[in-house]
Design a protein around this ligand. Structure first.
Ligand SMILES: [Zn+2]
Length: 129
C-alpha cells in the first residue's frame, strides 16, 4: 500500500464512524511489525490524544494489502471506542484496592480488544474495502 492508499482508507473509516473532528497522523514504518507500548510486536497501533483531538497510527508497511486494510479498520474502531475506554479506565482508577484495580484494568483491556476484533470482522464482511 502507498501512503496515499493508507490515508484514503483512514478517511473512509473516519467518514463512516463520523470521526472527522479527529486529526489523524500516519507514522508508516518499514518492516513487518512495530513495537507497541506494553503490547510487544504488532502490525499497528493508534495513540489518540483527547486534548488535541488528534491521533497517530503507527504501522509496519511490509505486510500484504489485505492485512493492512483490516489493520487500519481495526485501529479506527479503537479510536471510535476511545472515549468509552477512557471513561472505563477512569472508573477503574477509582478502585482503591490495588489488586482489584489491576484485575479490572486487565478485564477492561481484554474486553476492549475482543470488542474491536469482533467489530472488525463484522465490518470486513459487511463493507467492501
Ligand atoms: Zn487492537
Amino acid at each position: 500500500m502507498t501512503e496515499k492508499q493508507v490515508a484514503d482508507q483512514v478517511g473512509k473509516w473516519m467518514k463512516l464512524f463520523q470521526l472527522q473532528q479527529w486529526e489523524i497522523g500516519l507514522d508508516l514504518k518499514k518492516g513487518s511489525s512495530v513495537e507497541a507500548n506494553g503490547e510487544g510486536q504488532v502490525i499497528a497501533f493508534i495513540e489518540p490524544d483527547r486534548c488535541s483531538q488528534s491521533a497517530v497510527i503507527t504501522m509496519a508497511m511490509d505486510n500484504d494489502d489485505e492485512e493492512l486494510k483490516n489493520t487500519i479498520c481495526h485501529e479506527m474502531i479503537h479510536l471510535l471506542f476511545f472515549e468509552v475506554e477512557t471513561l472505563l479506565y477512569a472508573l477503574v482508577g477509582f478502585i482503591s484496592d490495588e489488586q482489584i484495580r489491576e484485575v479490572m484494568g486487565e478485564l477492561v483491556h481484554g474486553r476492549k480488544e475482543e470488542f474491536v476484533i469482533r467489530m472488525e470482522r463484522a465490518l470486513r464482511n459487511a463493507i467492501p474495502t
